[in-house]
Design a protein around this ligand. Structure first.
Ligand SMILES: [Zn+2]
Length: 259
């Protein structure tokens, strides 16, 4: 697998660095690519018998023109179909741009023989997992992230575990697992993420049963140690404090609901 950085410069009278959208291109096979705008959503690009399929185009000023140009430079034809792993705007916000250019948004990948799909409830009530079989690449949206804490708020623990099982049931040990955000990984890493997520929920539960508030749980050394497990790249600015506290509060909500 080869990753190269493309600088797509838009044609402006005066070009500055800010005008250039930087998109990382990872070639999985001749027909399968992962496109990643800097620090953003992983976008899937597949050449199929039905045409070019784009998964999760994200919005962004100048971003979409750059993405469009990049797609055409790779497959020398426009996007025929758009699929979304879920409806959040950082995954679907670019749909309109491509629809206006003639692409079709499809809810189901049934018509695309190369792609199998499974619908689950974890990050949102309607999370879709896409498996591009020829390249053995699985796009899982925000059920799984490798640069952020888990976000299992719609499905709770049971929904999250079922979603991870659904991913593990696709492909084989050499499948590439592409998270919604962060570096692509494999099934071993996904299993570790599941284990760490369950560890996190269990520890938040123990501390809340001891009467600790969300703010007090945030200061707990064990909780901070577990949070660090979701930061495999050891980023120094990993989770801002307000987001950390919100994660604890939302975990408490999931625990209270008992799912
Ligand atoms: Zn997302």
């Amino acid at each position: 697998m080869r990753t190269i950085i493309f600088f797509i410069a838009l044609i402006y009278p005066v070009l500055s660095v800010a005008d250039a959208a930087e998109i990382s291109v990872t070639k999985r096979s001749a027909d399968a690519y992962i496109l990643t705008p800097t620090y953003a959503t992983n976008i899937g690009l597949f050449n199929t018998a039905k045409g070019v399929v784009l998964i999760d185009p994200m919005p962004g000023e100048g971003q979409l023109e750059a993405l469009d140009t990049l797609v055409k430079s790779i497959f020398v034809k426009p996007v025929s179909y758009i699929l979304n792993t879920h409806a959040h705007s950082d995954h679907s916000g670019g749909n309109g741009y491509f629809i206006a250019a003639g692409s079709e948004f499809i809810q189901s990948a049934d018509a695309v023989a190369e792609i199998d799909m499974v619908t689950v409830k974890s990050h949102t009530a309607n999370d879709v997992i896409f498996w591009h079989k020829p390249s053995n690449t699985i796009f899982v949206g925000d059920i799984y992230t490798t640069n952020w804490h888990p976000t299992f708020y719609a499905g709770g623990v049971a929904g999250f575990v079922a979603a991870v099982d659904a991913i593990l049931n696709l492909g084989d040990e050499s499948s590439l697992i592409v998270p919604g955000h962060g570096a692509p990984s494999d099934k071993q890493q996904l299993k570790l993420f599941r284990q760490n997520t369950l560890l996190w929920v269990a520890q938040v539960k123990v501390l809340s049963e001891q009467g600790l508030t969300a703010g007090e749980i945030k200061d707990n050394a064990e909780i901070q140690r577990i949070l660090g497990k979701f930061n495999p790249e050891h980023k120094t600015d990993f989770i801002p404090q307000p987001a950390f506290e919100r994660f604890i509060e939302r975990t408490l909500t999931v625990i209270e609901k008992g799912v």
